[in-house]
Design a protein around this ligand. Structure first.
Ligand SMILES: [Zn+2]
Length: 311
């Protein structure tokens, strides 16, 4: 089934006339690209990515724009593991890129990520400004070109990005803005839907109105389009949940000491759809949400060849 016809199928499944079980068309796996600034940002949608790659037999690839060298300040606990004085800025900045790449690949094996694309742009420092990365630090023309080439070749259904709030790292904002720009330049028939994600506590109800000054970041709605609950239980005596997988991912990023404290901190992943998107963006997103909502026990068994845990 072509991507286009599958999207049409998704639209049909939402229409009342074909909503019965007998009329449900066959499903084709989703194809998703994660576009993030830093080597551990897959955390924002880790459980959803795992669900898509491992249980819905989808394909998930990941672009990491920076080399992560700026994350040396909290690397003290990893100095003994790697035998390198990582908290010294010069050795941290020179050695962390390779270490963080390996950590990201290990986390990716847990999530079932097929391909990683490391763009190796500089991770200078924490900032709340998207402009610093967009106009000073990153080779944005190169990032744009590479993103466009990957989108053109792979024809993803979705791009997952970090929700670009004013309060989040400026690199996160910049990565999302570049992903939106690249998606917007894809021709309509192969344009991915771009979603912005944010991990949260279930009882928190946050709205998102876009990043001031960047019209492309306007969401379709203030409320999230859907929420994925990391606490959904499954397995023997319902004793397992997706939070376990998220903890594994966090643990792989050992060079990021402070990040380890995020284990157990968020229990849901919320997704906002950006207003700019292909014509079927709402229907496509609703169909993804419907498949994600199905009980884990009803999901197809993991047989994704890219998923290390299915071996
Ligand atoms: Zn980050």
């Amino acid at each position: 089934m072509s991507a286009l016809s599958r999207r049409d199928a998704g639209r049909m499944m939402l229409a009342p006339v074909v909503s019965s079980l007998h009329a449900a068309p066959a499903e084709r796996p989703w194809k998703v690209l994660l576009v993030v600034a830093h080597p551990d940002d897959e955390y924002y949608f880790a459980a959803t990515a795992y669900r898509i790659a491992g249980e819905l037999n989808g394909i998930v690839d990941q672009v990491v724009i920076t080399n992560g060298e700026g994350g040396y300040k909290y690397s003290a606990l990893a100095e003994r593991i790697y035998g390198i004085p990582l908290t010294e800025e010069s050795s941290g900045r020179s050695r962390l890129p390779e270490i963080r790449r390996r950590e990201t690949l290990a986390a990716g094996r847990i999530l079932g990520i097929r391909n990683h694309y490391f763009f190796d742009e500089r991770d200078l420092r924490f900032t709340l400004s998207a402009d610093e990365a967009l106009s000073e630090i990153w080779h944005c023309d190169s990032v744009r070109t590479r993103l466009r080439q990957i989108l053109e070749r792979e024809r993803y259904d979705f791009i997952f990005t970090v929700l670009p709030r004013e309060s989040t790292h400026g690199h996160h904002q910049a990565a999302t803005l570049l992903a939106l720009e690249a998606a917007g330049q894809s021709e309509e028939a192969r344009r991915p839907v771009v979603l912005g994600a944010e991990p949260a506590r279930a009882h928190e109800t946050e709205l998102f109105a876009g990043l001031p000054g960047f019209a492309a970041s306007r969401p379709a709605h203030l409320q999230p389009d859907f929420t994925f609950d990391r606490r959904q239980s499954f397995g023997y005596q319902d004793a397992l949940d997706y939070e376990i997988v998220v903890r594994w991912v966090i643990a792989e990023h050992k060079s990021q000491g402070k990040f380890q404290n995020d284990a157990g901190r968020h229990d849901v992943e919320r997704f906002w759809r950006f207003a700019a998107g292909p014509r079927d963006a709402a229907a496509r997103t609703a169909e993804l949400a419907r498949q994600l909502r199905r009980s884990p026990s009803a999901a197809a068994p993991a047989r994704n060849p890219h998923h290390a845990l299915s071996a």
